[in-house]
Design a protein around this ligand. Structure first.
Ligand code: PMP
Length: 414
C-alpha cells in the first residue's frame, strides 16, 4: 500500500485529531480524553465514510455474484486482503484469513491445527502475561487431548524470564503461543528470539499481535512466526474484523474450521471437497463492510507514518510515566525496558474502579480491572489496575488532565 503523496506531511496533531469526530464530543460536560485505546481505538472519519459508502452505493454479497455491485464489493473486499498482506509483509495473499478478531483467529488455530497436531502428553507453552483469549483456547485443547500447558514466568518489571522459557522447551513442546505486546503491562516481548528457540525445539509459534500491530512494524516473514493474529478495531478500523496470518504450508495442511458456503469446492451428500486458501477458512458471508473499511484504516496509518506515530506515542508514554511516578501512593505495574504506550497502575488504599469512575466524571476514559489477564493480576497479587493507553491522537495536555484527575480522585478517596 503506497502512502498517498498528497497526505504525507509532518506530524500535525491538530490535523490528526480533526480526522476523529468522536474526539470533539463532551463527556460529563468536559472534553473527552480517550485513554482506552488498548481496548479499542477511535475511528477516523474516512473509515466511517468507507462503511457508509459501501452500504450507500455498492452493498452486495461477495465472490458469487456476476452483477456490478457484487463485483465492486468483491474487489474492495479483496483489496483489503492485499493491503493487509503488505502491512504485515506476508509472502502471499492466501496467507491472510479474515476472522472476527484476534480471539477467533486464535481459536481457529486451536480447533484446526491444534486438534490435528496435539496429542496426549504434548506440551503447549504460553506466558504469564497472556490475554484470556490466548489462554482459554489452549486449556480447552489440553483438556480434550490430555496435553499440558506450560507457562513462562515473568519478573517484577513484567518481563519474561527467558532462561526459564529455554528450560521449558523440550521435544514434547508442540506449540508456543505468545503475546507480542501485553495489553495489561505494555511489555514488548522478544518474539524473534522466542520463535528461534521454539523452532529449534521443533515447535510451531503463534504470535498474538492484538496490541503490537498498531504500534510496531510487523514483518511476519522476518519474525518467522507460523501464525499471527490481530484485530482491526485496535488499528483505527471497525469492530468485528480480524486477521489470522499463517504460513501457507501450515494453512494448507490444516483441516477446515467452520463448514458452510464459500469454503467448499463441491458438495454432494456423499462427500464435500474444500476450497483453496484463503476461502477454505472463510465460511459464510463475511463481515464485508468492515473488512472493506479496514483498508482505509491501514491507509490512515500509512499516511500518518508508523515511525512518527511510534515516536509520538513513546513521548506520551515517557511523559505520563514521569507524571504518574510523582503521585504519592501510585505504583506503576509493568516497567519493562521495551513497552508500547500502555501504562497500568494502582493507588494505595483505593480500588481501581473507584478511581476509574472519578476520572470518568472528568471526561477521562481509562480501563480498570483485570484486563482479561487474571493470571497476570494474580502474579502481582492485585485484583486489577487502572490502565491508560495512548494512541496517535492523544496529547500531553490530556496526560496533564489525567494527572490532575488522579490527584483529585485520590484526595476524594483518602
Ligand atoms: N490479545 C490481546 C493481547 C488483547 O489485548 C486482546 C483485546 N483486548 C485480545 C487478544 C482479544 O482481541 P479481540 O477481543 O479483538 O478478539
Amino acid at each position: 500500500m503506497m502512502p498517498s503523496p498528497t497526505i504525507k506531511k509532518p506530524f500535525d496533531i491538530t490535523a490528526i485529531r480533526e480526522q476523529f469526530p468522536v474526539l470533539s464530543r463532551e463527556v460529563k460536560g468536559r472534553s473527552l480524553v480517550y485513554f482506552d485505546n488498548a481496548a479499542t481505538s477511535q475511528k477516523p472519519q474516512q473509515v466511517i465514510d468507507a462503511l457508509v459508502n459501501y452500504y450507500t452505493t455498492y452493498n452486495a454479497n461477495i465472490h458469487r455474484g456476476i452483477h456490478t455491485l457484487a463485483e465492486e464489493a468483491t474487489a474492495a473486499f479483496e483489496e483489503t486482503r492485499d493491503a493487509v498482506q503488505e502491512f504485515i509483509h506476508a509472502s502471499a495473499r492466501e496467507e491472510i484469513i479474515f476472522t472476527r478478531g484476534t480471539t477467533e483467529s486464535i481459536n481457529l488455530v486451536a480447533y484446526t491445527w491444534g486438534r490435528q497436531n496435539i496429542k496426549s502428553g504434548d506440551e503447549i507453552i504460553i506466558s504469564t502475561m497472556e490475554h484470556h483469549s490466548n489462554i482459554v483456547p489452549w486449556q480447552i485443547l489440553c483438556e480434550e487431548k490430555g496435553a499440558i500447558l506450560r507457562v513462562i514466568p515473568i519478573n517484577d518489571k513484567g518481563e519474561l524470564l527467558m532462561d526459564e522459557y529455554s528450560k521449558l522447551l523440550n521435544s514434547r513442546t508442540k506449540l508456543v503461543s505468545i503475546v507480542h505486546a501485553s495489553n495489561a503491562l505494555g511489555t514488548i516481548n522478544p518474539v524473534r528470539q522466542i520463535i528461534e528457540e521454539a523452532h529449534s525445539a521443533g515447535a510451531v509459534v503463534l504470535v498474538d499481535g492484538a496490541q503490537s500491530t498498531v504500534h510496531l512494524d510487523i514483518d511476519v516473514q522476518e519474525m518467522d512466526c507460523d501464525f499471527f493474529a490481530f484485530s482491526a478495531h485496535k488499528l483505527y478500523g471497525p469492530t468485528g474484523t480480524g486477521i489470522l496470518y499463517g504460513k501457507k504450508r501450515l494453512l494448507e495442511s490444516m483441516p477446515v474450521f467452520l463448514g458452510g458456503g464459500e469454503m467448499i469446492r463441491e458438495v454432494t451428500f456423499a462427500k464435500t471437497t474444500y476450497n483453496d486458501l484463503p476461502y477454505k477458512f472463510e465460511a459464510g458471508t463475511p463481515n464485508i463492510a468492515d473488512v472493506i473499511a479496514f483498508k482505509t484504516a491501514l491507509q490512515f496509518i500509512e499516511d500518518t507514518g508508523k515511525e512518527k506515530i511510534r515516536k509520538h506515542e513513546h513521548e506520551l508514554l515517557e511523559y505520563a510515566t514521569k507524571q504518574l511516578e510523582e503521585i504519592p501512593g501510585l505504583r506503576i505495574i509493568g516497567s519493562a525496558r521495551e513497552k508500547v504506550s500502555v501504562i497500568s497502575f494502582i493507588v494505595d488504599n483505593t480500588h481501581p474502579q473507584d478511581i476509574g469512575i472519578l476520572l470518568d466524571n472528568r471526561g477521562i476514559a481509562v480501563r480498570t480491572g483485570h484486563h482479561c489477564a487474571e493470571p497476570l493480576m494474580q502474579r502481582f497479587g492485585i485484583p486489577g489496575t487502572i490502565r491508560a493507553s495512548f494512541a496517535v491522537y492523544n496529547t500531553k495536555d490530556e496526560v496533564d488532565e489525567l494527572a490532575i484527575g488522579l490527584h483529585k480522585a485520590i484526595k476524594m478517596l483518602s
